[in-house]
Design a protein around this ligand. Structure first.
Ligand SMILES: [Zn+2]
Ligand SMILES: [Zn+2]
Length: 110
């Protein structure tokens, strides 16, 4: 069984993991770094594959945890894939199963 975990999106400016989602999916995907104040918007690009039979993260992400939209179906149930206990650089959509790669856009240094 393939395991997933909550999204981990480090700050593109300082690398801090202290990043939180400050908006709601029907508005925008603005994230804020708690260390340096940089704001950015993560997005996904379809990686071309799809997966079946993966487990969603436990616990599920909170509303302020990093959130991104699936490039294929616009679901926000997007999780980080785990590969042998290590975090993999691929994401997977919990709704349609598409594998995704992460892109960071709209970076505004704090
Ligand atoms: Zn930062
Ligand atoms: Zn999807």
């Amino acid at each position: 069984m393939i395991r997933t975990r909550k999204l981990e999106i480090p700050c593109p400016q300082c690398g801090s993991a202290d990043v939180f989602y400050s908006c709601t999916p029907n508005c925008c995907f603005n994230h804020v770094c708690g260390d340096c104040g940089t704001t950015f918007e993560p997005a996904t690009v379809a990686a071309g594959g799809s997966l079946r039979g993966f487990t969603p993260p436990d616990p599920l992400p909170d509303a302020t945890d990093p959130t991104v939209e699936c490039a294929k179906c616009t679901s926000t149930a997007v999780y980080q894939l785990e590969d042998g206990g290590l975090v993999c650089d691929k994401l997977v959509c919990g709704n349609c199963g598409a594998t995704l790669t992460l892109e960071i856009t709209e970076v505004a240094p704090g």
